[in-house]
Write a new protein. Structure first.
Length: 143
């Protein structure tokens, strides 16, 4: 039941309890009760919108691999995560320690970000990959 509620919200988070209940053939009170538990348990972190960044003028998307020295990974990642153009930051395995996904309005702003990133203390190396086309970007279905 929870997966059904979550999948329904992934499709449209603006639906009322009554609309969700109708789709899932359960009572609105059950939907409200289950949603309150999902929020309390931290499974639902917030309600948000899914933006089309290209239509908003963010035409440059990149993946940036980062190698960090001296055990300062979390410190560097927190600093990077605070940048308004950063979409996501992940710890990874392999030749690099972290990967950043970022979106920029143009190459000039992307270039300035990457050059600034390379000046951060403990950043040893970066490798930037330009995303040419986005085939899928979104949430993982549960059902």
């Amino acid at each position: 039941m929870d997966k059904g509620i979550l999948d329904t919200l992934l499709d449209n988070s603006r639906l009322s309890y009554r609309e969700i209940a109708k789709k899932l053939k359960i009572s609105p009170a059950t939907v409200m009760h289950r949603l309150n538990h999902l929020i309390k348990d931290g499974i639902i972190k917030n309600y948000t919108v899914n933006l089309d960044y290209e239509k908003l003028g963010f035409d440059v998307s990149v993946l940036i691999d980062i190698r960090v020295s001296k055990g300062k990974l979390f410190e560097v990642e927190k600093r990077i995560a605070n940048h308004p153009h950063v979409f996501a930051v992940y710890d990874i395995t392999g030749a690099f320690d972290a990967i950043v996904i970022a979106k920029f309005p143009n190459r000039k702003s992307m270039d300035a970000f990457v050059k600034r990133l390379q000046t951060f203390e403990f950043v040893e190396r970066t490798e930037t990959k330009l995303i040419l086309n986005t085939i899928k970007e979104g949430n993982v279905r549960l059902g």
